[in-house]
Design a binder for this molecule. Structure first.
Ligand SMILES: C[S@@+](CC[C@H](N)C(=O)[O-])C[C@H]1O[C@@H](n2cnc3c(N)ncnc32)[C@H](O)[C@@H]1O
Length: 187
């Protein structure tokens, strides 16, 4: 599966955002293999966009269930449409802010720098929501606390993260050669 073939699931505007905003197929496979190492786990993508990470993970790792939470209703809608088209059953998509969900429902987490849009004015997905530095700090602190409250053995994968949301209780166990993709385990 290439990025071009996967992105074909979406309208052209969404395809054009892919390189900058959606996880590449090879990264999604590597991240998902770490998070779904044990069967039967529930994995949450925090800021799931059009569902690319979750759908690829769910396709390659059918014994795990992939969940996504996305604040933009348009992107959530495209995630549901892609799930229906691909008939993938072990992926679920929720619409809302990640601060509204109960982290205790999930075993492991994926995070592709969802809050960075608040501090980077280039290449934004849209101009329909408010962005601010204080929102970046609020979300990062909120996620830090939620991750810190998870039990030992919780796995986290970050991609392009500034690591403001990663508590020191998480240790890196593997990383890509360019250090953009990092696998962490809570000790
Ligand atoms: C870089 S994209 C990654 C999308 C997806 N995880 C992937 O890898 O293909 C980050 C997404 O996080 C979403 N997001 C940002 N802040 C959020 C929040 N507070 N709650 C829910 N979603 C959020 C954005 O709308 C965007 O779709």
């Amino acid at each position: 599966m290439t990025d071009a073939t996967f992105d074909w699931l979406y309208p052209e505007r969404i395809q054009q955002l892919s390189k900058r905003h959606w996880t590449p197929v090879r990264v999604a496979k590597k991240a998902a293999s770490f998070l779904a190492a044990e069967n039967g786990k529930s994995i949450l993508d925090i800021g799931s966009g059009v569902g690319k990470f979750s759908l690829i993970g769910a396709h390659y790792f059918p014994e795990a269930t992939f969940f996504g939470i996305e604040q933009r209703s348009e992107l959530h809608h495209y995630a549901l449409a892609a799930k229906e088209f691909t008939r993938i059953e072990n992926a679920e998509f929720m619409h809302g802010n990640f601060t509204q969900i109960d982290f205790a429902q999930f075993d492991h987490f994926y995070f592709y720098n969802a809050f960075f849009e608040n501090i980077d004015s280039k290449d934004r997905i849209d101009h329909l929501i408010e962005y601010s530095t204080s929102l970046y700090h609020y979300y990062s602190r909120y996620l830090y606390k939620e991750l810190n409250d998870r039990p030992r053995g919780t796995r986290l994968v970050t991609y392009h993260s500034l690591e403001d949301e990663v508590p020191p209780s998480y240790q890196i166990v593997e990383a890509s050669r360019d250090f953009l993709l990092k696998m962490w385990v809570k000790k």
